[in-house]
Each structure stands twice: as structure tokens, then as C-alpha cells.
Design a protein around this ligand. Structure first.
Ligand code: PLP
Length: 222
């Protein structure tokens, strides 16, 4: 199937409240343009430099999401355009995003990455750490960021029961944090679900799915 067909097949199955982020990492601009020309304009990348290069070449009404693990020293390269940063897992990083956003007179939306997988390799904070940050005075002073929800990655496994349990943990974290809403904590998004598990994620309360290979085909890492 073509990229256009893949997109419309996925979109036809999505409830209205679920946003599709098309994960375009490793894919060249002409491939991503096929999705853009089919009417899709929200893309996710996991490397800052790659995202910047694509941003510069591609139409400016594209919304670029940073979905990967992010180093503080890279924030400055994308602060002028990034639409949503999914992987914020510590306060120092958040402070840097705030600082760079301020230089561009912007407010950058971010998600707290919550560790839901049992694997050590997955990044993220605990619900407790997220609460500590949200309720701190130093957080309330960050005027150029807004936390709009949570993001999580399930364990890489075929065990659906386990994946479902982990998605449920993220949904519960979201519900636990929700009452803490402030001017820069506006919880509305639960980013979970990828090509292999997005239907399960939606059943567990996802409002944003990040789908790559089911749209663009398998990735070739070299
Ligand atoms: C690559 C990636 C995805 C998409 O994975 P697919 O299995 O190709 O859909 C989603 N989220 C993150 C954080 C990723 O790095």
C-alpha cells in the first residue's frame, strides 16, 4: 500500500479525539512529502539535527514533534519551531527549554515522559517526581513552557497483557496529575501507542499515537 493509503487506513480507525503523529525518523524528505501531500502535517522525529534539516527544507505549516531522548545542549537548535517535545524527563532540561523558548518569545509545549516499561533502557520519571516538579515554586516561574500531558513507551514485548498494564499505569498517572493543573501545567494529552500497539493504547486512553513503520514502511538503520 502507498503512504497515502496507509495514512487513510489508520485515520479511518481513529476516534476523533486521537491525534496521529507520523514518525518520519530516518525517512527522506521526498517520502515525507508524500504524507504531506496526502494532507498530513504532524510529524515526529527523534534526532534534533535530522528534524532541523527537514524543517528547513519542508513546508512551514508542518508541526514537528520531538519524540526522542533529548540532550540539553540540543534544545537551542529547534526552539524556534518545535511544536511539542514528548520526552521531558528532568527539571534541568525543562529549564533549558524555557530559556531557549524565551529567546524566541514563544511558549513551548512539552510532555513529561513517565517510565512505564520494566526495561532499564527506557527513559522517564516516576509519577512522584512529576508531582514534585509540578508543585514546586521553580516550576511555577517557568513562563515559556507548558506541560500539556504525559508520554510513555511500553516494554518491547509481544505480551499484550503486560503492554496493557503499562498503558494503564500511564493513564492512571495522567489522572493523578490532572487535579494539579496550574497556568503552565495544562494536562490534556496522553501520548502512547506505536505501530504495533496503538489500538490497544487507544483502548487504554491514549489521545496521541506515534506511528512510523505502519505509515512509511520498515526503517533501514545504517
Ligand atoms: C520510532 C518511534 C516510534 C514509532 O515506532 P513504529 O513502531 O515505527 O511505529 C514511536 N515513538 C517513539 C518514541 C519512537 O522513537
Amino acid at each position: 500500500m502507498s503512504i497515502k493509503e496507509n495514512l487513510s487506513s489508520i485515520k479511518s480507525k481513529l476516534p476523533e479525539h486521537v491525534t496521529l503523529v507520523a514518525v518520519s525518523k530516518t525517512k527522506p524528505v521526498d517520502t515525507i512529502m508524500e504524507a504531506y501531500e496526502a494532507g498530513h502535517n504532524t510529524f515526529g522525529e527523534n534526532k534534533v539535527q535530522e528534524m532541523v534539516e527537514k524543517y528547513e527544507e519542508m513546508p512551514k505549516d508542518i508541526e514537528w514533534h520531538m519524540i526522542g531522548h533529548l540532550q540539553r545542549n540540543k534544545v537551542k537548535y529547534m526552539a524556534n519551531f518545535v511544536r511539542l517535545i514528548h520526552g521531558v524527563d528532568n527539571f534541568k532540561l525543562l529549564k533549558e527549554i524555557n530559556k531557549q523558548a524565551k529567546k524566541h518569545d514563544r511558549v513551548i509545549d512539552c510532555l513529561f515522559q513517565i517510565k512505564i516499561a520494566e526495561e532499564d533502557s527506557k527513559f522517564g520519571m516516576s509519577t512522584y517526581e512529576a508531582k514534585e516538579i509540578i508543585t514546586s515554586k521553580s516550576f511555577s516561574e517557568l513562563k515559556n513552557i507548558r506541560i500539556t500531558g504525559v508520554m510513555g513507551m511500553a516494554t518491547f514485548t509481544n505480551n499484550e497483557t503486560q503492554i496493557k498494564q503499562e498503558f494503564n499505569v500511564l493513564k492512571q498517572t495522567f489522572e493523578d496529575l490532572k487535579p494539579l493543573e496550574t497556568t503552565n501545567f495544562k494536562p490534556e494529552t496522553i501520548s502512547m501507542g506505536m505501530s504495533g500497539d496503538y489500538q490497544l493504547a487507544i483502548a487504554c486512553g491514549s489521545t496521541m499515537i506515534r506511528v512510523g513503520s505502519s505509515i512509511f514502511g520498515a526503517r533501514n538503520y545504517q
